[in-house]
Each structure stands twice: as structure tokens, then as C-alpha cells.
Design a protein around this ligand. Structure first.
Ligand code: GLP
Length: 263
């Protein structure tokens, strides 16, 4: 696991975007796993800038999003469909047919989730999955107790997650209690993973995920099982890591060594 600690949110966003851009440039038909929440906004902004100013081409890129609120229509202002459209897809040259986000209105959840998994498999699998982290250490909407082998399915959100996400809705009662999310097992199948975490509020979740035991109670701790993970943290999110100085030292030593294998 590579832990990169940068000064602030902007540097973390630029770092994550540069890794994704590198993937797209080396594989123009790359399959990206994408995330929502406030954390990846800066990364998307930087990718849009690279598309406009540096010819980053999304015309053959395919994407699969981690999750969607159950019960929200794609055009609902708080749906993850709308979020992705407004913050990335409408601003780059991606084809609508190449975008996949769980359908929050599906009538047959089980069949939909099986098809979503099948589509990921048939596309060749996700090359690089972008991840944020919830304050309880969740990835996607894999709340504490989610099996580390779980696949795409319906999950019940914890009260804490409902409260955290209420800031995007006019009132807490409007936040859906259920979501369709890729499972931890689905996420671990991606060839590379990038986790971005910034701000003090994420420090404990980051500590538990990177330096704690692997447990279904903190689903991001499953990242420790993956051979190719890069965690991009700002100073505030990294403050509880006991080996923080070592991670910084490793990056410094390795700066001169340009190797894909390090991710
Ligand atoms: C939601 C999303 C997660 C995201 C988390 C944190 O629960 N399903 O994918 O990581 O929020 O969001 P934020 O980046 O706004 O802190």
C-alpha cells in the first residue's frame, strides 16, 4: 500500500487526477471506477481542465460508478447520476453509452445488481477505481458489517451516513435510507485503487483503514488486501497515522524512481 501525504485538498486532487490521466493516456479505452461525494470534486475539476487544456481524451473511456441512492430517479438533483453529469460527464467528451451508474429506480434489485457485475466483467474489469471514504470507514456504501467479499447489492445506510449526507439535501428526512452499491469484493477486483481522504474529520477512518486490523467493521481496511493501492491524503487526514514519517520518507526516497509497479 502506497501512502502519499500532500499538503492540502488541491494537491491531493491534482495527484489523483494525474494518476487517472496517466491511465487514460496509456490505455485510451480504460475502464474507470468512479466515486461521488465532495472529496472527488477537485479531481474531476482537474480532469476537466486536462481535457480542455491538455487534450485528455475521454472518447473511448468507459466508466462504472460505485453507487446510487435507491429510490432516486436519475434526474433527481441529489442523485449520483446528476452529480456525475454535472461535475464530470457533461464537461468532457465521454459517450453516454460508455457510462454506467446503478439504477436507483430498478424494480428488480437482485437482477439489476447481477447484470451490473456482469457488465463490469464483460468490459474486461475496472482498470482503476477512485474511492472516497466515509467517516465510519465505508467504501461506496459498504457500511460497517458489509462482507469483505460482498458484491453489488442493496445496503441500508447507517444513521451517521444519513446525517453526513444530509448536507446535500434540504432536510435529513429526504436522505434515502437505502442505496445500491458495488460490494467490497467488487471494488477489490479493480486492477488499481486510489483512495483520496482529506480533512481532519477523516483522520480516524484513515488510521483504522491503513493501520488498523482488517475488519468488516471498517470496510476500507480491506484495501490492505489489495496489491495495488495508493492512498492520497492531506496532512489533516493523515494526522493519526503512527508511521506517517515513514510514508513520507518512502515517497522521498522513491521520488527519483519512476516505476508503474509502485502504485
Ligand atoms: C458517500 C459515498 C462515498 C463517499 C462518502 C464520503 O457515502 N457513497 O463514496 O466516499 O460519501 O463523502 P465525502 O467525500 O463527501 O466526505
Amino acid at each position: 500500500m502506497r501512502v502519499v501525504i500532500v499538503s492540502d485538498y488541491d494537491s491531493a486532487s491534482k495527484k489523483a487526477a494525474s494518476i487517472i490521466a496517466k491511465e487514460i493516456r496509456s490505455k485510451p479505452n480504460a475502464i474507470l471506477g468512479l466515486a461521488t461525494g465532495s472529496t472527488p470534486l477537485g479531481t474531476y475539476k482537474e480532469l476537466i481542465r486536462m481535457h480542455k487544456k491538455e487534450n485528455l481524451d475521454f472518447s473511448r473511456v468507459r466508466t462504472f460508478n460505485l453507487d446510487e441512492y435507491y429510490g432516486l430517479a436519475p434526474n433527481h438533483p441529489q442523485s449520483y447520476h446528476r452529480f456525475m453529469e454535472e461535475n464530470l460527464f457533461s464537461k468532457v467528451n465521454i459517450k453516454a453509452a460508455n457510462v454506467h451508474i446503478p439504477d436507483g429506480l430498478t424494480k428488480d434489485v437482485g437482477a439489476f445488481c447481477r447484470r451490473y457485475e456482469e457488465k463490469i466483467r464483460r468490459s474486461g474489469g475496472i482498470d482503476i477505481q477512485l474511492l472516497g471514504i466515509g467517516r465510519d470507514g465505508h467504501l461506496g456504501f459498504n457500511e460497517p458489517g458489509s462482507s469483505l467479499g460482498s458484491r453489488t447489492r442493496l445496503k441500508t445506510l447507517t444513521e451517521e451516513t444519513v446525517r453526513d449526507n444530509a448536507r446535500f439535501f434540504s432536510k435529513t428526512e429526504d436522505v434515502p435510507r437505502l442505496a445500491i452499491t458495488m460490494g467490497v469484493g467488487t471494488i477489490l477486483d479493480a486492477r488499481k485503487l486510489i483512495l483520496i481522504a482529506t480533512g481532519e474529520a477523516k483522520a480516524e477512518a484513515v488510521r483504522a483503514s491503513i493501520e488498523g486490523s482488517v475488519t468488516a467493521q471498517v470496510t476500507a481496511s480491506a484495501l490492505q488486501l489489495h496489491p495495488s493501492v495508493i492512498c492520497v491524503l492531506d496532512e489533516a487526514a493523515s494526522q493519526l497515522l503512527t508511521k506517517r514519517d515513514y510514508y513520507k520518507y518512502v515517497e522521498k526516497i522513491a521520488e527519483s524512481v519512476e516505476s508503474e509497479a509502485r502504485i
